[in-house]
Design a protein around this ligand. Structure first.
Ligand code: SF4
Ligand code: SF4
Length: 538
């Protein structure tokens, strides 16, 4: 299977690039000492946990400034608010093409969840909830809170939101085994799981044979290491626990990217040093790995909805087109309910329709073709009258011989609309990611300048007064100038559209389905994003 071809500079011969082969060749990876060091990871996670606690502390109870008649004066000057909404959430989007889901290895919420689970009841997570639907619902709920109550504008609201997540992490850990929060609840983890298909890093094994012969399976069961310490005549023995995979993955048999948190527990626990961090061809999992989980479609729909809502703010024309069904109902349901309707429509229902639309058209064509096949069978049967067979059957048979083969070749899993939509979901991932990356770059470019102010005055009241009231400080400027930002974001957007088209070509060939409906889908979503970006920055 060959995906790209390019001319070698010296040989002037075509060199063919096959991600599957490259992936196999790149299996030799690294496992440096610091990845195995319990102390290193404990300190790193501890630092992030302290930062998280500090964010809750500096945002807690901070809703405004007494005597200042501005609704959200601390939105960017409060360092906790700035760190969470701009640096954490947007920074992760910028880093994911390089590091995939490795953030989850040090995330304070995941750490809290994992620690609590070591002391808790260790019940298995309920089977019906082992999917991404909860993540999609929680992401949509966050969008509603942001859209209706401007959650992200008020440090006090951010504090309650973060504290609620911390509490949820602990409670889930106390009841369920492993990192249930990260596997089945956290929308950020779900988003990183989707985007990490484009990242070049993955946790792999060195030698499958060693795993097959291994009886202890320490990577999924954990292991204890006994350490002897001697100081003169005083001797002592300590037990050091190598914890197992918190999401219960069999690292020797991992199916697809996205669920591994990059916590390196398996790397530390493996007694044969058989686990490593390796490089793979970036983007290859988009079309090499066959299926995302069905529920990832719902999560992708909410992510797409979030982006449509964001871009329609910069392009009011797009906003009014997208809002149409909800705005038509406003006279009936009232403004408040109309706003909720708008957010649910653009934030979830419309993107779901956009994701399913090409697969609906493919399924409809299949249904027509299958109907034609059934009709043809009937015509050929003795039940059809001989005169009808004489006039119609030959032409119908001819049509069937052209179309029937493709239908028979379709694999069972993509026979259903749900299965086909899930199989084709990776087509949209580069485009959704590029839309998100553009937002993240613009946001970071505009708001990172507030970080030094936030370090000097974490609560942000003095900084706000110095900038806005006393005019002692000037408002922090952009890091990159607008012309440079235009070039970068424009290239990111074009790259996302191009990669989605490549993924559509590869996947449509793999699934033996037409390319056109997916190209139209990419065109529509790309138009919304590119148009929004144009109106915003150009
Ligand atoms: S899944 Fe969420 S809570 Fe878990 S480690 Fe990743 S970002 Fe943190
Ligand atoms: S497979 Fe290894 S790195 Fe991935 S989540 Fe499990 S223990 Fe962590």
């Amino acid at each position: 299977m060959t995906f790209f071809a390019f001319r070698g500079v010296k040989s002037h011969r075509w060199i063919f690039y096959d991600p599957i082969k490259v992936k196999r060749k790149m299996m030799s990876g690294i496992s440096p000492r610091f990845l195995k060091s319990i102390a290193f990871w404990t300190v790193l996670r501890g630092v992030f946990l302290v930062v998280f606690a500090g964010m809750v502390a500096v945002t807690w109870g901070r809703w405004g400034i007494d005597g200042i008649d501005v609704p959200d004066p601390l939105m960017y000057t409060n360092v906790g608010n700035l760190l969470f909404w701009a640096v954490w959430l947007m920074g992760l989007v910028v880093l994911v093409p390089l590091f995939g889901r490795l953030w989850c290895g040090v995330c304070p919420l995941g750490f809290l969840n994992e620690i609590a689970s070591r002391w808790g009841l260790s019940r298995p997570f309920p089977r019906p909830l082992k999917n991404d639907y909860s993540k999609a619902v929680l992401l949509l709920a966050t969008l509603l809170l942001m859209g209706l109550f401007r959650l992200h504008h008020y440090p006090g609201a951010t504090a309650v939101y973060l504290a609620a997540w911390g509490l949820l992490a602990v409670l889930l850990g106390l009841v369920f085994s492993g990192r249930s929060l990260c596997s089945y609840v956290c929308p950020i983890g779900g988003m990183l799981g989707l985007y990490s298909r484009m990242a070049p890093l993955e946790v792999t094994i060195r030698n499958r044979g060693i795993c097959e012969d291994c009886e202890s399976k320490d990577c999924v069961r954990g292991s204890d290491v006994w350490i002897r310490l001697a100081l003169g005549r005083v001797r002592s023995v300590f037990r050091l626990r190598h914890h197992p995979c918190p999401v219960n993955l069999s690292v020797w048999d991992m199916k697809g990217t996205g669920r591994c948190l990059g916590c390196f527990n398996c790397l530390r626990a493996c007694p044969y040093d058989n686990v490593q961090l390796s490089l793979r061809a970036p983007l290859a999992p988009l079309w090499v790995e066959r299926y995302p989980r069905y529920s990832e479609t719902a999560l992708a729909a909410v992510l797409l909805g979030f982006l449509l809502l964001s871009y329609s703010r910069f392009w009011p024309g797009l906003g009014s087109v997208l809002a149409f069904p909800a705005s038509a109902l406003v006279p009936v349901v009232g403004t408040g309910a109309g706003r909720v309707l708008y957010l649910v429509w653009v934030g979830f229902l419309l993107p779901t329709l956009l994701i399913f639309a090409p697969s609906i058209s493919v399924q409809a064509t299949r249904a027509v073709s299958a109907g034609g096949a059934a009709f043809g069978t009937w015509l050929n049967s003795e039940k059809a009258s001989s005169s009808i067979r004489f006039w119609i059957a030959p032409r119908v048979r001819e049509t069937l011989s052209e179309n029937g083969e493709g239908d028979e070749a379709v694999v069972e899993e993509t026979d259903t609309l749900r299965g086909l939509s899930a199989a084709c979901l990776p087509i949209l991932i580069p485009l959704i990611f590029s839309g998100h990356l553009v937002l993240a770059l613009v946001k970071l470019n505009a708001k990172l300048g507030y970080l030094p102010l936030g370090m000097a005055d974490p609560v942000g009241i003095q900084s706000y007064l110095a900038i806005e009231e006393l005019e002692l400080l000037s408002r922090p400027g952009l890091i990159l100038s607008i012309p440079v930002l235009r070039w970068i974001t424009g290239m990111v957007m074009v790259g996302g559209i191009a990669l989605s088209l490549v993924a559509a070509a590869r996947i449509s060939r793999r699934e033996e389905i037409p390319f056109l409906p997916y190209a139209v889908q990419i065109g529509l979503v790309g138009l919304c994003f590119a148009g929004g970006l144009y109106k915003w920055l150009f």
